[in-house]
Each structure stands twice: as structure tokens, then as C-alpha cells.
Design a binder for this molecule. Structure first.
Ligand code: FRU
Length: 487
């Protein structure tokens, strides 16, 4: 497959030129950034021919969203990524308006199939429409099917949209055939997740609707994923236009429905509902299964509302979240950073101390850190941690232990913009201890509360030299700090 189209060859040529100019040490150490230009959702996350593959929504020619391509990178450990040439460009009648989000699945003949949303540009009397397309290849070069789009609006019962119909997630079921969930917007029920099956990835059959928003959890639902985990079924969606309710903030969010599923009548029964991530910068999760059976999730470490105002300091814009291992505990979806991070631990410091006035600990600082703070909560009401601190700039994490609330606050983090900077999150001590694990990678913080029962992910605008960390408690409080520098 060497006959690349002109748009794809242009993108690859541009990548080759740019690759020579780019300074790698300005990038985060273990979070994937686009080679150049703009990135949003993770796509086609899979393990194929002995490596992890991660594709992404990509516009190489600008640091703003534009006609969507698929960027591509591979990794042996989910932390160190090698760029591959741009995988898809909008270059056929079925996707001339963009190659939107999708997924990847290996075929029985050893090839990899990408399944994505093709956007057909608007005509004089018609808005742009969306339909599902496939491209098959060897893991680097992909050929689009002449039968694209393989799932069109005509496949759907009445009431479903041809304008909001996107983000297919495909997997191989136990019987060897394929399944897909894909998002649509129903005229009454709004966000709706549709379920399809196929033998070959080309000929798809509509089975039914798995779940719908009914305006309860946002309107259009984007980027669905659906999988079995520890005897439960988990439906992940990224809603637009949510109203703040329960633990959910307004705007773009991520929701996990945990429940049971009976495929014979396509009946998904919700048992629990929770935000996937409570931070300022997380959207569009996608999962895959690692060779050792772990279900691993990654998301876009950004937010459509705030990205418009975010600084553009580098020739690339945006990054992926840390890949996270998922598991269910007491009906709740839990997340751990992938254990591969332990291979990057260096210069570990463990301190048991009593915090009262503001204090710092020797060697506990920096912007490349995996730090767990265990706060013994008996007497303490208020515990505050400052990170990425220099002069008047810092990121603040305030724990009101008696109320069981944590506030993540980047309003003093050197932002010049009037955008959301704080999140209020439930954080109850368990057995007399509140555990906070911070992963810092230069311009981001991912905070895992109590072994991953809640996660708060945020980009931080703070200058890279701001490396201080300090602790403060209103009454003498025992803490254990375990800090691993990362390298
Ligand atoms: C989610 C999303 C998807 C769409 C893609 C376009 O962030 O809006 O629904 O496929 O981004 O880039």
C-alpha cells in the first residue's frame, strides 16, 4: 500500500519537516502529545503485533481544531511513545469533512481495521452528515473501504439523527464476531448509544439501543465505550451540555454507568452512575485490553470549554491522560495509574511527620513526581497542599476533612484567563486515613483519591520552574509522604 492520497502525503510530509525542528524535552515525560499541531480524543487504542497503538484526533497544520486526521503513536509500556506517520486524512467522498473518532480491532487475517466516523461536508441545502467508515491495513498504512460509509443513517430506525451519529467503538465478542457501540442523538431521548454486530466489519446489523440520556445526564453523548469488567458491564459516555447535578459539573463531562447487560434483548440495566473524572481537564475516554487482561482507559486531558483559552506555548497543543487500570470495587469504577509507572521511579523519599504550620520536606518537590500523601485524619479539620509553587503561584488542594470535601484549585496557578479553575470533590477519610496520590508531569496533575475511587485531572498553567511543594494543617496532623521522582 504505497499509493497515498495527496492530503495524507501532505500531512506526512509536514510531519517529516516538523520532526526535525521540534525540541523533545519540552514535552511531558510520559503523557502523549501530538507530533505537531492539534490533538483531541484518543482513537484506535489497542495492542497489535506486540505493541500498544494509540491514534488520536489530529490537525497537524494548526494548534486549533481543524479538518480531522488521525495521528498515530506506538509504545511498549504505555508511557514512552514513538510517533508513526499520520494514519488517516479526510480524502474520500465518505469523509471529506473529517475523520472523526473511532476505534481499532485486529482481523482474523492479521490486519488491523480502523473504524471511524466519516463526516460528509454540508451541501447547499444540507448540514454536514456523519456515518461510520472503515480502513484496513498493516498497522501503519491503511486503505479505506470502497464500501464506505459501511453504516449509514438508512440503517437506523426512525427518530435517530444523521447529523449526530459518531464515535464507533468496536470489539471482538466471545463468539468471534464483532460488536460496536456508537453514539447518536435521538429526537426525543437525546444522547443514545446504539448497538451493532457484524461478522466481517463491513456488513453491520443494528441490534438496539443500550441506553439514552433523556436529558438527565447531558444532551448529545459522545465517545461511548462498553465492556465487561469484574462481573459487571460498564458504559462510558462523554456528554455535552450537562447540567450540574449530584457530583457532576456543568458542561462537558464523562459518565460511567455500571450495571448488567443481557444481549438477547439488548437490555442494559444501570445500577450505579458516577463521573469518570472530576477534574478540569478530562474527556472522551477510550479503553482497551492489555495482553495480561487489564482493562486500560485513556482520555483526552483537556476540556472543550477551557481549551479555547489555554496557552499555546509549544508547536503542539494538548495531551492524553495517564493510561489507567480499571476495576470494580463495591459496584464502583476504580482507577489506578498503569503499574508500568513504577519502572520510572527514582530517588524515592518516605517521610512520616507531623504537619502543623506550613512546611516542606527535603527533596519532596519538582514537576515529575508520583507522590502519595496519607493524612491521618483523627484530629485534623483542614489540610492543605500546595504544588508547583513559586512566589505567588501555586496549585492548591484543600481538604475539609470533617465535611469530606476536597477542593482542587488552580486559580493561583498563573492563569490569565477567567475560566473554570476549581472543582469541589467528595473525599472522605477511610479507616481514619485520606489517601491522595498525585501524578505530576510538568503541565498536569492527576490526583487519585483513596486508591482511585475518585480522580481529579487538570492541566496546570504554572511556569515550569515552579517546583515547590508544601503542607499545612490546622491542628498537628500525622502524615506519611511517599514521593518518587520520575525519570
Ligand atoms: C469528542 C468529539 C467526537 C468527535 C471528535 C471530533 O471530543 O466531539 O464526538 O468524533 O471530537 O474531533
Amino acid at each position: 500500500m504505497t499509493n497515498h492520497t495527496i492530503p495524507l502525503e501532505r500531512a506526512r510530509e509536514f510531519e517529516r519537516e516538523q520532526a526535525q525542528k521540534l525540541v523533545s524535552d519540552e514535552r511531558p515525560l510520559f503523557h502523549l502529545t501530538p507530533l505537531v499541531g492539534w490533538m483531541n480524543d484518543p482513537n484506535g487504542f489497542c495492542y497489535y503485533k506486540g505493541q500498544y497503538h494509540l491514534f488520536y484526533q489530529y490537525f497537524p497544520f494548526s494548534r486549533q481544531w481543524g479538518p480531522m486526521h488521525w495521528g498515530h503513536a506506538v509504545s511498549d509500556d504505555l508511557l514512552h511513545w514513538t510517533y508513526m506517520p499520520c494514519a488517516l486524512a479526510p480524502d474520500t467522498a465518505a469523509d471529506a469533512g473529517g475523520c472523526f473518532s473511532g476505534s481499532a480491532v485486529a482481523l482474523p487475517d492479521g490486519q488491523l481495521m480502523l473504524v471511524y466516523t466519516g463526516v460528509q461536508p454540508a451541501g447547499t441545502f444540507k448540514r454536514e452528515t456523519q456515518a461510520q467508515c472503515v480502513a484496513i491495513g498493516d498497522g501503519q498504512d491503511f486503505e479505506k473501504s470502497l464500501l464506505n460509509p459501511v453504516i449509514r443513517h438508512a440503517h437506523l430506525p426512525d427518530g435517530y439523527s444523521e447529523f449526530d451519529f459518531r464515535d464507533p467503538k468496536v470489539w471482538r465478542a466471545e463468539d468471534g464476531t464483532l460488536r460496536m457501540v456508537v453514539a447518536n442523538r435521538h429526537s426525543e431521548r437525546q444522547g443514545a448509544i446504539l448497538y451493532f454486530s457484524s461478522r466481517d466489519g463491513i456488513d453491520w446489523h443494528f441490534i438496539g439501543e443500550i441506553d439514552a440520556s433523556n436529558e438527565e445526564y447531558g444532551r448529545m453523548w459522545e465517545c461511548p465505550d462498553f465492556f465487561r469488567l469484574d462481573e459487571k458491564w460498564v458504559l462510558l459516555v462523554s456528554p455535552q451540555e450537562m447540567h450540574a447535578r449530584e457530583e457532576f459539573h456543568a458542561g462537558y463531562g464523562t459518565v460511567a454507568f455500571v450495571g448488567s447487560f443481557d444481549e438477547t434483548d439488548c437490555n442494559f440495566h444501570r445500577e450505579t452512575i458516577q463521573p469518570v473524572d472530576l477534574g478540569l481537564s478530562y474527556y472522551a475516554s477510550q479503553t482497551m485490553v492489555a495482553p495480561d487482561g487489564r482493562r486500560i482507559m485513556i482520555g483526552w486531558m483537556d476540556n472543550w470549554e477551557t481549551c479555547k483559552e489555554a496557552p499555546r506555548r509549544h508547536p503542539w497543543y494538548a495531551q492524553m491522560s495517564m493510561p489507567r487500570e480499571l476495576f470494580i470495587e463495591n459496584g464502583r469504577l476504580m482507577q489506578h495509574p498503569v503499574r508500568e509507572i513504577e519502572t520510572m521511579w527514582q530517588d524515592t523519599i518516605v517521610e512520616n511527620c507531623t504537619v502543623k504550620e506550613e512546611m516542606s520536606l527535603a527533596g519532596v518537590n519538582g514537576r515529575l513526581l508520583d507522590m502519595t500523601v496519607r493524612i491521618h485524619s483523627d484530629a485534623c479539620q483542614r489540610f492543605v497542599i500546595h504544588l508547583a509553587k513559586q512566589g505567588d503561584h501555586y496549585i492548591e488542594v484543600r481538604c475539609d476533612i470533617s465535611r469530606g470535601e476536597l477542593v482542587f484549585d488552580r486559580s493561583h496557578g498563573n492563569s490569565h484567563r477567567d475560566i473554570a479553575h476549581t472543582r469541589h470533590v467528595v473525599a472522605n477519610a477511610r479507616d481514619g486515613e485520606l489517601t491522595l496520590r498525585f501524578l505530576m508531569d510538568k503541565e498536569s496533575i492527576e490526583l487519585f483519591i483513596n486508591g482511585g475511587e475518585r480522580v481529579v485531572t487538570s492541566l496546570i498553567p504554572t511556569q515550569i520552574e515552579a517546583e515547590g511543594i508544601s503542607f499545612f494543617a490546622d491542628t498537628p496532623t500525622k502524615v506519611t509522604v511517599e514521593a518518587h521522582h520520575l525519570g
